[in-house]
Ligand binder design. Structure first.
Ligand code: SF4
Length: 597
């Protein structure tokens, strides 16, 4: 039996750090590998042949040798996940949908998947495999009980192209004890955290160590959801790191009450954790109470952050605007808070109601959901929530302005200085070889500093900690994060006038590509897709490699000179792999429309 497991392409978002992967970090292609698929692969019967394809780092196979094609996905991948399922099903493959969005809304896959696997896979995936082997698979497998993570197998890391990811993921626990109203994690995994044993994590680290991995991200919903278990793990990791000369740099997600436990902070530091993602959401207590984020209430959040910095942990944070208590004033409050906090990776999102969450149910009852908006993707300049105290259009405009202000050179530099003022150097070795660090630095100068002109040079120089040279790489990393986010805003957060100009640019490129293609005898159609602000190229045929080379050059020029994306329809399977290979590295900016394959 042969199984192909696919992780669909993510739509581009702040999380893609597309600029960094294009300009600074090659050969890395994206942030994290699909850990869920590596776990599902390990749950397949040992005599089955399993392949994992992550569309974010490699092209999907148009005609795979497979009996089952499984496609996973989070909410943001839903559109692409459905496209791929529909394509493979139309080709006669048995299709299976899984992942977090299929767990929340299995009914939405009825027309594209033969089977939906909803919920944690540890028990239901082997049940599906058994039924499939007997020729009697069911349309839905839903986990309704409690999965013990001690039963979770060691993920098949050997099936992933680990060298293409900036950070490799592990998971110690699932579930979170808190009750934030917008959160879908507690809907899926519950409020009682469950954990693996430290020895299981040790076995996974052994594999990653042998594979040459250095950066590891614990993708737990909240690593400190069960503090006693978290401390047990951290003590184990300290011992592991000492035995292996601090081989790994760790990062994770945790709640802000981390700052109130000195022992926990000291253990994080000693274990070699370098960063932590925290959901801060809002500096406004009323909004925090409204959304039931009580763990952030009743404390001076800035002081908490500084205490975390003092233990050598950098903070990445999530913020939300659009709560019922939020007004136009909130944007200024968020701006001042983020500036003072020194958080560079400040992921601000518009409040979005994810199906099945308490927020979604409340807003549905109140008639405040916008039905015309995609509720599976919260990375766009729109939301499915009707705000209470602001006009929707004003909110969107203020949101756009907030990002633009925060990502000015002066503000990137100011936040670096703010953070480094309180930051202690983390424990642990360097993540990259010296040679690679030098290469990254030169690329940063070439693509990040020099094109910004004298003002940026001045801000970069002012932000570097000249008296603490060991912290210079951290400052540069913050610049890379800031410039990546700015590049995303520049290409995606358009006013109406900017959208109009972009569409004109796209039309000019459409004519240019059609004209040149005609000259080399290539049969293609080029259209402007104004909905997704992309150019859509349909290739009727590509006759030789020369045409592939010419077209790929033209496309690369288009992507360099415009902020737009590209959709490719490639019915000519013969030369398609050559073309896609030549266009690798553009991440979410190139999408292959499978209906044309
Ligand atoms: S702390 Fe995070 S994971 Fe826990 S309920 Fe709140 S949003 Fe969800």
């Amino acid at each position: 039996m042969r199984v192909l497991l696919i992780n669909p392409q993510f739509p581009e978002s702040f999380w893609s750090f597309q600029w960094a992967f294009e300009k600074i970090l090659p050969p890395k292609r994206t942030v994290n590998p699909p850990l869920g698929l590596a776990t599902v692969a390990a749950l397949c019967p040992p005599d089955w042949e399993v392949q994992i394809v992550d569309e974010n780092v490699e092209p999907i196979p148009p005609e795979p040798r497979a009996d089952i094609v499984g496609v996973c996905g989070m909410g943001v991948q839903y559109r692409r996940q459905k496209e791929l399922l529909a394509y493979y099903r139309s080709r006669g493959y048995y299709t299976v949908a899984g992942g977090s969005f299929a767990s929340l809304c299995p009914e939405r896959y009825a027309d594209v998947a033969d089977t939906v696997v909803a919920g944690e896979a540890e028990y239901i995936w082997p049940a599906f495999c058994e039924d499939f082997r007997k020729g009697r698979p069911h349309p839905l497998y839903r986990e309704t009980g409690i999965v013990r993570l001690e039963d979770s197998p060691t993920p098949r890391f050997d099936l992933l192209r680990l060298d293409r990811y900036q950070t490799v993921t592990l998971q110690f626990s699932r579930g979170c004890p808190y009750q934030c109203e917008f959160c879908d994690i507690i809907v899926m995994f519950g409020r009682k955290p469950r954990t693996k044993s430290p020895q299981q994590i040790g076995r996974e680290l052994d594999l990653l160590r042998k594979a040459g991995v250095r950066n590891v991200f614990f993708v737990d919903d909240n690593l400190i959801g069960h503090k006693a278990k978290a401390k047990e793990l951290l003590r184990y990791l300290i011992d592991y790191q000492r035995r292996h000369r601090y081989r790994f740099q760790f990062g994770t997600e945790a709640s802000l009450n981390l700052a109130q436990d000195d022992e926990l902070l000291a253990l994080f530091r000693a274990a070699g954790f370098q960063w932590v993602f925290i959901g801060i959401e809002s500096p406004d207590e009323e909004s925090l109470k409204e959304t039931k984020k009580y763990q952030n209430v009743g404390q001076d959040i800035l002081s908490s952050l500084r205490k975390i910095y003092a233990h050598g942990l950098e903070v990445y944070a999530g913020f939300i605007v659009g709560f019922d208590h939020d007004t136009e004033r909130t944007f200024d409050l968020q701006y001042r808070f983020i500036r003072e906090s020194g958080i560079q990776a400040a992921m601000i999102g518009l409040l979005t109601a994810v199906p099945r969450t308490p927020l979604y149910e409340r807003l549905r009852r109140e008639g405040r959901l916008r039905p015309d908006v995609d509720d599976s993707d919260n990375t766009k300049l729109s939301t499915n929530v009707v705000p209470l105290r602001m006009d929707y259009r004003v909110m969107i405009e203020k949101y756009r302005e907030l990002y633009i202000r925060l990502l000015e050179d002066e503000n990137i530099a100011y936040r670096i200085r703010q953070r480094l003022r309180h930051m202690r150097r983390p424990v642990g070795g360097r993540p990259e070889s010296l040679g690679r660090q030098c290469l990254l630095f030169l690329r940063f100068l070439r693509h990040g500093v020099i094109p910004g002109g004298p003002r940026r040079w001045w801000h970069v120089l002012r932000s570097l900690p000249w008296t603490r040279p060991r912290q210079v790489p951290q400052a540069i990393q913050d610049w890379i994060v800031g410039l990546s986010m700015r590049d995303y805003v520049r290409r995606h957060f358009h006013t109406e006038a900017q959208t109009h100009t972009l569409l004109q640019q796209l039309q000019a490129w459409r004519d240019r590509i059609m004209e040149t293609a005609r000259r080399w005898g290539a049969d293609l159609r080029v259209e402007v897709d104004s909905e997704v602000r992309a150019l859509r190229i349909t290739l009727r045929s590509l006759q030789n490699r020369r045409q592939v080379v010419r077209l790929s050059r033209q496309i690369r020029r288009f992507l360099k000179e415009t902020p737009a994306s590209l959709v490719l329809q490639l019915p000519d399977v013969g030369f398609m792999p050559h073309l896609l290979r030549r266009l690798e590295g553009w991440g979410g900016r190139i999408t292959v429309d499978p209906s044309g394959l």
